[in-house]
Design a protein around this ligand. Structure first.
Ligand SMILES: Nc1ncnc2c1ncn2[C@@H]1O[C@H](COP(=O)(O)OP(=O)(O)OP(=O)(O)O)[C@@H](O)[C@H]1O
Length: 672
């Protein structure tokens, strides 16, 4: 594939894993050094501890406790001597004072020296203790930093080399049923589809293409056709594959062929490319997938599309594809477009240049054509779809591919990439566009600055998602996804939600106790299947639909009236004209497509002033009735479920969405 890169524009820098690892280490080391520095600063600014108390041998003032021994005999002397003694004593005292002063003057320098030495010693000891504390703190910080560094290294190693912890392997149901190209004995469908193989140990005389000798060949063919039909239906049920009208047609054709004795069974089967879609067998689909190297992982997978006309892209889009000149879909398009059209979450993997862009762009545009065009009423709510890509070159390339088709549909596309004026880009979004193609960083910036919102965005494409993560854009991508209202999110596990339906029905019926209920289905087949499922689950159930003979219908109705059965699974046959007693609960297991039928159905409960309850299972397959149902609930003052109220389909009457006038040059190139 050829890509146009603008050499003049600054390109993003791509770092190898080693470089990123090295940069991360350097950043970490710098952070640890900073941490250590600030810890030391804090330590130094702490107040010093008070000096220790003086040693016990320090000199103490004892003058008051000393007495002169010459005073001892003073009282024994006569008054005569007293004056003389006093004078002599005075002289002695003054002499002693003089001597003491002289001694003190002589001793003073050495005493000061001693004090100074003592102070110095104390300071020295304090300093040493401080140093030791500092060293200890330093050691502690270093050890902490070392531990941090080791943890960091472990995390980096784990990120790049994978975790050492053994992970418990949980096999998902999707993996269990994964398609594998290796043939295994169990995959030989001829065993399942042909009665002959049911009892392989029995001795059988065979001739021709697996027919029993001596038994009418036409009867064998008929029995085989019935057996194959039942086996196929059983398998579809088992794997949750929906019944399709094509399968019904193919079954009928086989049954008709079995009626004819025209040596059909002797013919060699044709190649899938020569067959109509309704003639395709499981084996044909397998060969088809192998021819195009298509493989899937997941469940409830729709058939790939063999060509454009067989896709469900809609006439407008098919015309656009023709004008663009794409003659045949590429394998990734064959596989991914039917999934995209079902609005399933898809991860598409294909080699470069294999047409991945159109594989996600076409279902996205098909989705948008079913919505009202962006107009003054809703342009402030933002685009309907967002595509994110890791680089501006890729974003612009996707934009080119999108515009090729969008231009024929009147769909406006805006690209939001770095290096251009963000104000102008925000302005373009606010002017209204259905699709935004962006690099995640710039788009998040736009959203954070409130230049744009994503209030009605239900469709997100991440092109080269793995590269976006490698380049460190995960936070921005997550930021953009967070900017979408959570009410737009699909359920975490779609499978669960779809399966959820039967278990809910069983819960409702269990709570019903002995009361009666009618469960409405839209087709005979589905009514039969539901009745079988409920019967297996132990409910007292009977089925009523147009495929039953008069006798069977009467048996069912009588059984329901006399409470032998308390659950009636029915198609609309029971909705009109048949006298069914009032029931406690009506359940629309499958919603009808018209609100009239809905009214008739729920009219089976709450009659003659009694209380009744109606429960309807509404899914995205029922969007046709969303608008009318919402109106009806509003008019009858019934609460409207919020999921219904905010769904686009409930806001416009089906078919009332105005046609899009073809608008050319709708792409907006914002530049600075
Ligand atoms: N069905 C088709 N028929 C003819 N040309 C097609 C078809 N689908 C895509 N192309 C063209 O093939 C080229 C490659 O397609 P595209 O860019 O989508 O490939 P890619 O798989 O996205 O490649 P990369 O991995 O490099 O992004 C484009 O020029 C596109 O227009």
């Amino acid at each position: 594939m050829k890509r146009s890169f603008d050499a003049m524009e600054a390109k993003p820098v791509f770092l190898s894993k080693e470089e990123r690892q090295r940069l991360a280490l350097e950043r970490r080391q710098a952070a640890v050094a900073d941490q250590r520095r600030s810890a030391l600063d804090i330590l130094q600014s702490l107040p010093r501890p008070p000096p220790p108390p003086p040693p016990s041998g320090a000199p103490r003032d004892s003058s008051s406790s000393h007495r002169d021994p010459s005073d001892r005999d003073r009282g024994d002397r006569g008054d005569r001597d007293r004056d003389r003694d006093r004078d002599r004593r005075r002289d002695d005292d003054s002499r002693r004072d003089r001597d003491r002063d002289r001694d003190r003057d002589r001793d003073e320098p050495s005493r000061r020296d001693r004090d100074r030495d003592r102070d110095r010693d104390r300071e020295h000891r304090d300093r040493e203790r401080g140093e030791r504390d500092k060293d200890r703190e330093k050691d502690r910080l270093e050890k902490m930093a070392e531990r941090e560094r080791e943890k960091e290294l472990e995390a980096i190693k784990e990120q790049y080399l994978g975790s050492k912890k053994p992970k418990k392997r949980v096999i998902k149901p999707s993996e269990k049923f994964r398609f594998s190209f290796d043939w295994e004995n169990t995959e030989d469908t001829s065993r399942d589809m042909n009665m002959l193989y049911q009892a392989p140990h029995e001795a059988r005389l065979l001739y021709g293409r697996g027919f029993l000798a001596g038994i009418d060949r036409r009867e064998q063919k008929k029995a085989a056709a019935v057996f194959e039909k039942e086996t196929r239906a059983e398998q579809r049920r088992k794997f949750g594959v929906e019944d399709r009208p094509e399968d019904d047609v193919a079954d009928k054709k086989k049954a008709a062929a079995a009626e004819m004795y025209d040596a059909f069974d002797m013919r060699v089967d044709r190649h899938w490319s020569e067959k109509g879609i309704e003639e395709m067998t499981e084996r044909d689909w397998r060969i088809f997938r192998e021819d195009f190297n298509i493989s899937y992982k997941g469940s409830r997978i729709p058939r790939p599309m063999r060509n454009w006309p067989e896709s469900k892209l809609g006439t407008e889009l098919l015309r656009a594809i023709e004008k663009v000149g794409y003659k045949k879909p590429s394998p990734i398009q064959m596989a991914a477009i039917p999934l995209g059209l079902q609005q399933r979450d898809v991860i598409g993997i294909a080699e470069t240049g294999s047409g991945k862009t159109a594989a996600f762009v076409l279902p996205m545009l098909s989705y948008i054509t079913r919505l009202p065009p962006i107009s003054e009423d809703n342009e402030a709510e933002g685009p309907y779809a967002v595509v994110m890509a890791p680089t501006r070159e890729l974003a612009q390339q996707i934009e080119e591919e999108t515009v090729k088709f969008a231009t024929y549909l009147g769909i406006k596309v805006v690209s939001i990439v770095g290096g251009q004026s963000i104000e102008e880009q925000g302005f373009k979004i606010r002017q209204g566009c259905e699709v935004v193609i962006a690099t995640p960083g710039r788009l998040l910036d736009c959203l954070e600055r409130r230049y744009a919102v994503l209030n009605q965005c239900n469709y997100v494409v991440l092109d080269e998602a793995d590269r976006m993560i490698d380049m460190g854009f995960e936070p921005q991508v997550v930021g953009v996804l967070d900017a979408m209202p959570s009410s737009n999110l699909k359920p975490e596990n779609e499978e669960e939600e779809l399966d959820e339906k039967m278990s809910r029905l069983q819960k409702i019926l269990t709570d019903l106790g002995d009361k009666t209920a009618i469960v409405f289905c839209n087709t005979k087949k589905s009514a039969d299947n539901r009745a079988k499922d409920l019967d297996k689950a132990g409910f007292r159930v009977t089925a009523l639909h147009g495929g039953k003979s008069q006798d069977q219908r009467e048996i069912s109705l009588d059984g329901f009236r006399n409470r032998r059965f308390n659950v009636l699974v029915a198609t609309d046959v029971a909705g009109r004209g048949i006298d069914i007693p009032d029931v406690a609960h009506v359940i629309n297991y499958e919603m009808p497509s018209s609100v009239d039928t809905y009214t008739h159905r729920i009219g089976r409960t709450g009659r003659a002033g009694k209380k009744g309850l109606a429960t309807s299972f509404l899914t995205l397959d029922n969007t046709d009735i969303f608008f009318d149902l919402k109106q009806m609930l509003t008019q009858s003052n019934s609460p409207v479920p919020p999921e219904l109220a905010r769904h686009e389909a409930s806001k416009f009457k089906p078919g009332s969405v105005p046609d899009r006038p073809p608008r050319r040059n709708d792409t907006v190139y914002a530049s600075h």
